[in-house]
Design a protein around this ligand. Structure first.
Ligand code: ZN
Ligand code: ZN
Length: 415
């Protein structure tokens, strides 16, 4: 169901702007899907998106935080500001969907569905633009680059031009975003209160040893053996240092060392991804990683402690509980309660959390079902996000995306 004022207006116009918006979004979706660009190289993508938004009457600013864009839509009068974000980058994946609108850019694909996010944005903003005499306030739309690198949101927030626009239009009272989902049928959405994406930290550990001949290990200090023991000892942090109900992951994704089978190298490198929700858990993980690495190395007489570098991490994404309840109610009114689900939090990363954390703004992110309902019922062999076969059900996904974006933004504005 649509809000009362919007329903009355639509009855008068005897046409649902969501129908027209879905049609527009479908055409835009096919364009975006066929023309994916990698993170921080979203040049044509940003140009296309900016052009479409200018066509809707929005004031568009380009080149923010790299290829990012900010577009402003004002309602009929003064009111709160709502920030709405869609990400723009594709992935280095060779598409295997066989779709007529498959990627034309070899080796690049919108395998995470950021094309859905952009097309939904054009559709949703067209509805809000067409109904601007029914709401007051300002919508700040953010077309964000480089989500897949966890870098785009930070770059935009760090850009002074972004700060100036926020100052001019007022600090947002709410930030909203969606992500398409491969584990939910099209027509449904899912949102939860609290943390839904994890703190993401990268840790590099360089283990220092003493190189030598593979046949004379007693004359060397083998960093590969030390590194292997560190890998195993790290596994006890989550199982033996955290409370059993705390969720966290320590994964060593890369172990690099050596040049030849009969040479003991002077050093070896471990590359970790570390996931958690709360700041306390995060601190325990990072402290314990350092303690384990240093002490294992010491036990093996390493000539010096390992060099440990903790990268610039991503904050977890948390849905503000009060706003989640309000937005859930709006979604239930819009789609029907049976279409609005809950899901388990993910230890995946998402840099939308940066906008909430850096700007001090309550944020909401929800999952937008994108699997063809008939395919969902069958259940077997469903490709996931980042798969070369990821192919959302465009019309129903975009329609539901547009309806929920409009409903969430209107929740934060004055009707
Ligand atoms: Zn992704
Ligand atoms: Zn994504």
């Amino acid at each position: 169901m649509l809000s009362l004022s919007l329903s009355l207006m639509l009855a008068a116009a005897s046409a649902d702007p969501v129908d027209a918006a879905t049609k527009t979004a479908r055409a835009e979706y096919e364009w975006f899907h066929a023309h994916p660009e990698l993170s921080n190289k979203e040049v044509q993508t940003a140009k296309h998106l900016a052009h479409a938004l200018r066509g809707l009457g929005l004031e568009v600013h380009e080149g923010i935080g790299g290829t990012g864009i900010v577009a402003i839509l004002e309602g009929k009068g003064e009111g709160p500001t709502v920030l709405y974000r869609a990400d723009m980058d594709g992935l280095p994946v060779t598409e295997a969907t066989g779709l007529p609108y498959a990627s034309k850019n070899a080796g690049v694909m919108h395998a995470c569905g950021h094309d859905v996010h952009m097309a939904t944005a054009i559709g949703a903003l067209s509805v809000l633009a067409a109904t601007r005499d029914t709401w007051s306030g300002t919508v700040i739309f953010v077309g964000q680059p480089a989500e897949e690198l966890g870098a785009g949101a930070k770059a935009m927030v760090a850009d002074r031009a972004f700060g100036r626009l926020l100052k001019k239009h007022g600090k947002p009272t709410l930030a909203v975003a969606l992500h398409d989902a491969a584990d939910l049928p099209a027509g449904q959405v899912s949102l939860i209160e609290g943390a839904h994406h994890a703190n993401v930290d990268s840790v590099d550990i360089v283990v220092h040893g003493k190189g030598g001949h593979g046949a004379r290990p007693h004359e060397s200090i083998d960093p590969i053996v030390i590194g292997a023991e560190i890998v195993m000892a790290l596994q006890t942090i989550v199982s033996r240092r955290l409370r059993p109900d705390e969720k966290a992951v320590v994964t060593v994704g890369k172990f690099d060392g050596g040049t030849k089978r009969n040479i003991i190298p002077p050093s070896a490198t471990l590359m970790l991804t570390v996931r958690s929700y709360g700041p306390k858990t995060r601190k325990v993980l990072l402290t314990e990683i350092e303690r384990v690495a240093k002490n294992v190395a010491k036990a093996h007489r390493a000539p010096k402690p390992p060099t440990i570098v903790v990268g610039d991490g991503l904050p977890s994404c948390k849905n503000d509980p009060q706003w989640t309840r309000k937005v859930r109610a709006a979604f239930e009114k819009e789609l029907g309660a049976d279409k609005v689900k809950r899901h388990a939090p993910s230890l995946g990363g998402e840099d939308f959390g940066v906008f909430g954390t850096a700007l001090g703004v309550p944020a909401i992110m929800w999952k937008l079902g994108a699997v063809k309902p008939a395919r969902w019922k069958k259940g077997a062999d469903l490709p996931g996000l980042h798969s070369d076969r990821w192919a959302p059900d465009p019309d129903l996904t975009l329609r539901t995306g547009i309806r929920t974006v409009v409903a969430s933004i209107r929740t934060g504005l004055v009707q």
